[in-house]
Design a protein around this ligand. Structure first.
Ligand code: GLY
Length: 527
């Protein structure tokens, strides 16, 4: 079963498994395919996280998050007066972190791959060379972004122009880059012509990534986050993602309350979840960062007595002001434009990958002559303590910029076991809403006993401590519930869709059910 943001990427994953490839093989092929068919978030110029659980119950977590270039420093986005230079961490060559995807895929292949590397990159190469038919959503998104493309690119590229649904879209420069990666592995990206083109692009645009940055990039195997919740085990991403810890805090706090007795999307339900989210996101802001640079008090944060104590001031009838929760500040700004895929093979090996360029098309910069977008992940750092970022959030020390540090993420690729058996593979894009989307999808199934189709498609709500609001998708709550929540002291704000969940559920008879979120062009396919 393969669930991705694009039907062609889903097909690539299934084709690899038809050839005898395992879930890791399929994931590698899907990651490269998404870089071609879903360029706004699929990528080779960004980073991500992979969580793996083998049929033999071995877990692994691969961190291929981008790193700050070596010349980075804490105040790199500030002017001489110490003010943030608008746009520098978002739409400039300075916004780019050292990409981690290619090294990540190489490391995943070395450890778990069964088919040859070339077989896994070839489908993406063919899609780039032969072209794809654009979907309406992708054509619209490309058209919408033209002004940004023109503003930041130093050379013309195939993403500039006017696009329409059904148009054949070829990416020949990207095909050449993929051919180098296919033939030379990581050297095809971090050295040789691709690296030369990337460094030349940096020089033309006053960026700071050097050959040395590229050559020394290393994806890291980390100890996966694995914690129990009732009869489940949550396996997710540890720092530099906040996802695993936050998801576990949410669930283990929820466990203290009779959620099953509450009506779905009632004021009682939304109030309780909002109050839990408020406290968890406050902790995230204060305590999380790249563990190679910042001591994350992981065990303390998930300890049950601590989580119970955090709710001491919870009032079932009224909202707590976020200002009273913690004298801390929210850590990062994340984009909504990331992508997730979930894969389970016929043996029961499961892979959950979330990968990102940060914003739509990342920095919007295409490496001249190499045809791929570069991320703007540097903006996930706290650019200056106390200064609100893209989402009106402010940051702190744990996530301050340092040379070669990884920026904090919310990506939450997760695998959930029930009674030690594979139960669910789940993840989503959505910036800071990733954690709450994964949380709510799982709770919808595990506690509200919803079919997976409904659990993924039911409307979501989100609260993240600051700003002190409950964000809801259109038509999430009825007017009586909204009025009740407002009377409790909550501020409700309607916003665009929250998350695009790609989930697989294992039924008691062993059958796999895949659900792709219809908030996008997403597609689930099985063999
Ligand atoms: N750039 C989104 C995230 O990593 O959370």
């Amino acid at each position: 079963m393969v669930v991705t943001a694009h039907p062609l990427a889903t097909k690539v994953g299934l084709d690899i498994m038809k050839k005898g490839g395992n879930a890791i093989d399929a994931s590698i092929a899907v990651q490269f395919a998404l870089a071609v068919v879903y360029p706004r978030a699929g990528n080779i110029g960004g980073g991500g996280f992979m969580v793996y659980r083998s049929k033999d119950n071995a877990y692994a977590a691969l961190d291929f998050r981008e790193k700050a270039p070596k010349q980075s420093h804490r105040d790199m986005y500030l002017d001489s007066l110490g003010n943030v230079i608008e746009g520098l961490s978002l739409k400039s060559h300075m916004a780019v972190g050292v990409p981690g995807v290619v090294d990540g895929m190489v490391k995943a292949h070395q450890k778990y791959g069964s088919l040859s590397w070339k077989e896994l990159v070839q489908p993406a190469f063919e899609l780039a060379q032969g072209g794809i038919l654009l979907t309406q959503k992708e054509a619209d998104k490309l058209n919408e972004t033209q002004a940004d493309f023109k503003a930041v690119n130093t050379k013309d590229n195939v993403f500039m122009g006017t696009f329409s649904k059904g148009q054949l879209f070829k990416q020949l420069e990207l095909a050449e880059t993929l051919a180098r990666i296919r033939d030379e592995g990581e050297k095809g990206f971090y050295e040789g012509p691709t690296a030369d083109l990337l460094v030349e692009e940096m020089k033309r645009g006053n960026g700071i990534i050097t050959h040395d940055d590229l050559k020394s990039y290393d994806a890291v195997w980390r100890t996966p986050f694995a914690e129990p919740y009732k009869s489940y085990t949550i396996i997710s991403m540890p720092p530099p993602s906040s996802g695993g810890i936050a998801l576990c805090q949410l669930l283990n706090t929820l466990e203290q309350y009779p959620i099953r007795d509450m009506e779905f999307h009632s004021a009682e339900h939304v109030h309780l979840v909002t109050e839990i989210e408020r406290r968890v996101y406050a902790d995230r802001a204060t305590h999380l960062g790249d563990p190679d640079f910042w001591e994350v008090p992981q065990q303390q944060l998930i300890a049950e007595p601590y989580l119970i104590e955090r709710m001491n001031d919870f009032n079932p009838d009224s909202a707590t002001s976020s200002e009273k929760i913690l004298a801390g500040e929210f850590a990062t700004k994340e984009s909504e434009e990331t992508t997730h895929f979930s894969i389970v093979d016929d043996e029961g090996n499961a892979v959950s990958v979330t990968t990102t360029l940060n914003l739509n098309y990342g920095s919007k910069i295409v490496v001249g002559g190499a045809g791929f977008f570069l991320n703007n992940e540097m903006d996930d750092f706290s650019v200056k303590p106390g200064v609100p970022n893209y989402f009106g959030l402010v940051g702190n020390e744990g996530n301050a910029i340092e040379s070669e540090k990884r920026m904090l993420s919310s990506m939450t690729p997760s695998i959930i076991l029930k009674d030690d058996q594979l139960y669910m593979v789940v993840g989503t894009p959505g910036g800071s809403t990733i954690i709450t989307s994964v949380f709510q999808t799982f709770v919808n199934v595990a506690e509200f006993e919803q079919p997976l189709l409904d659990a993924v498609h039911n409307k979501r709500f989100h609260s993240q401590w600051l700003p002190d609001k409950i964000f809801i998708e259109e038509a999430t709550l009825d007017s009586t519930v909204i009025r009740q929540l407002e009377e409790m002291g909550h501020t409700i704000e309607e916003r665009r869709p929250i998350g695009r969940v790609e989930a697989i559920l294992v039924h008691p008879d062993g059958k796999l059910e895949g659900v792709a979120d219809s908030r996008g062009d997403d597609d689930a396919g099985g063999l």
